[in-house]
Design a binder for this molecule. Sequence first.
Ligand code: SF4
Length: 813
Amino acid sequence: MSQSMQTLSHDRRQLLKASALAAAGSLVTGGSLPVVQADQAVDDLPTGEGMSWNKAPCRFCGTGCHVQVGVEDGRVVAVAGDKAADVNKGLLCVKGYHVGGILYGKDRLTEPLLRQEDGSLKPIEWDEAIKIIAKRIFDSPETFAFYGSGQWTIPEGYAAQKFMKGGLSNNHIDPNARLCMASAVTGFLGTYGVDEPAGCYQDLDECDVLITWGNNPAEMHPVLFSRVTDRRSRGENVRIIDIGTRRTRTTDAANDYLEMDSHGDVPIALGIMHLLIENGTYDKSFVEKHCNFRAHPESGKTLFGEAISEDEFRKRIAEYTPERVSELSGLSVEQIRMLGDLFGDDDVKITSLWCMGMNQHTMGTAINTLVHGVHLLSGHFGKPGDSPTSLTGQPSACGTVREVGTLAHALPGGRIVANPEHRQQCEGFWNIPEGRINATPGYHTVKMFDQFTIPTDEGGDITTMFVQVTNPGQTLPNLNKLFNDKKNLADKFLIVSDVYPTPTTELADLILPAAMWVEKNGIYGNSERRTQQWFKMVDPPGDARDDTWMTIAIAHKLFEMGHEGMKDKDGEFIFAVKDESGEEVPIWEFDRYYDTNVDKHLFEEYRQFTTMKHKNLAPYDEYVKARGLRWPVVEQEDGSWRETKFRFSGFDDPFVAEGEEFDFYHSSTKDGRAQIWFHDYEPPPEMPDDEYPMWLCTGRVLEHWHTGSMTRRLAPLNRAMPTGYVEMNMEDAKAANIRQGEKVIVESRRGSCELPVWIDGRGRPPRGTIFVPFFDETKLINNVTLDEHCPISKQPDYKKCAARVKKLSEAES
Ligand code: SF4
């Protein structure tokens, strides 16, 4: 294992600054670069002849840090943390400081490539590529699927959404965010009747206790985590309680580490609620005024469940005694009582934080609603620092997926295809004939790829798939079943738009070179409901083009071919944009695409959808001025626009009725109340046994962003974390006679992966558990994971399956 992997400091500020220094010799062009330290102000950015700076959100995680991007001679030559940004106040993490370099990897895709019969790739013109796609869709629109991303910008996702649901009457559109935060969505919907967190990042500045539930923000959301550790370095007393299945860098900073068994979070949350009731320390007044109780009906699991009485809730929760919870979760009775006492204390402010640990879970919806329930029952809700808050991994999982609704069942602004009124409203906004939007939800991600990799004559009814801005050939679970089988299916056609070659482009029949980040205009929405805009600053390389343009160009080709769905009620093109004189701008021709600001047109159209669920957005130009604004953003009497930090709380939310302290105004029970759920514990879908005796958990690392397709092209980051690995406990390694760094085979009933071993390294799993990150495209751990998923959110469980570790010599023999 590389020295750098072992010695990186976990002190956030030091790491962040060290990152900036590292960037000095590495970033972007290979020449000397002006790199700005985190503690330098935005207004002392270096200037020079021909040098310009402009703002953009970081390309990577859902934190949504703002960077200042320095451009000279048409190239990004420097990046600095943006001190004017409330999210990061000038700080960036090691990835953020290197973000400019992702544009300049040597193997950028620069021309459309069509797979030939012998497997080779032949460059073709864009016109031909667009014609090929349009013809396949025209011939069989119902067997076409669009697979998108939480990295889609809001206009990209909105264009894809309108193309599919408003144009093709086809709901087979789903994003990779299904794999990382779908359970958070169903958790919010089931609890509050509307999606996305009530609080914001200010909670991290004001909490007394931070509880991380299966979450490692020290590596995955480092700038956010530094808000808490910085408070400590200023002498504030913030207690961090890390509930996890392995020790991580977050554990290193925690006061308490509570090591749970896999799936143990569900009984822990139930146990806390049990103690709040048993001890009489729940917030009686808050619950009486603002909450109902809920559970699944006997007939099966549903998103909104059925009402149960408080007495029934008490009866069911009585089963989850500390002793029983200890057996199910692996925590001691004392640890469970400590958590119960903590939530029973009115004098502390508690923020719960989670991300994929709770979401990638076969009980994902259940554990999300239970943690909300713990906060509601205890009254630790709705005050700054006292809040349940989920984070997203991708920069626009909230903005593009959850708000624009690029999910198979959704429509923009919190609407769903199954609701006739919602369909009618969307048809009105889009000026398309009534009845065009299909009422049946499309395939969710796992089902979509299953249908794509099943032969057509065996019922696999997805024949053409367009993948934009994501890498499912690396991220889907159980890859042998859901992706790799595609290579044997000659009649299936995979179109992939991306910036670099990936495991997904390896099986693509048509590869489209995409513009990325500041090579195009964009808008993201981060984890705290903050909508962030940026402008194109440099040209993409070669013939790479914007993803929004690709969607519009395909739509226009279909329009020319006479596809009725590409026309609105007046016979006009559904993406028509007029100039000031009323002339249509031919935005489907790429050399005319930037004659107008297409992002602005699409955003202003989309903005109309956002008021129904009180996710109101300001006009585009307000976002040009700001470092993002948190919705709902409401116009004031003086014409200014005010953002909202704390939803449902009378002191801040403009939609809470005058004089009310709280109002859950989208309550599923239509009585202004939130729902406290009961769920019985259910065992994981697969447990270790004699044949596969280890728990396998997968996840991410600090240096690489998700599948590493961008960060692996950055030499400093790749040197710091050069290879995928399997973390093992020392005792497990000794028992199997496995040495540090030795290559082993990790295998499950579904597949295998060869990896070097890291014993008690950065992460320290307990005996019987191994951890493998998924960033390394040469070591595809998702050949091993399973595709079992939450029955409500359909999000797969990447955090636990049964596996074994074999020495290479054993595997070979
Ligand atoms: S990767 Fe995330 S935490 Fe790091 S700079 Fe970018 S947005 Fe901020």
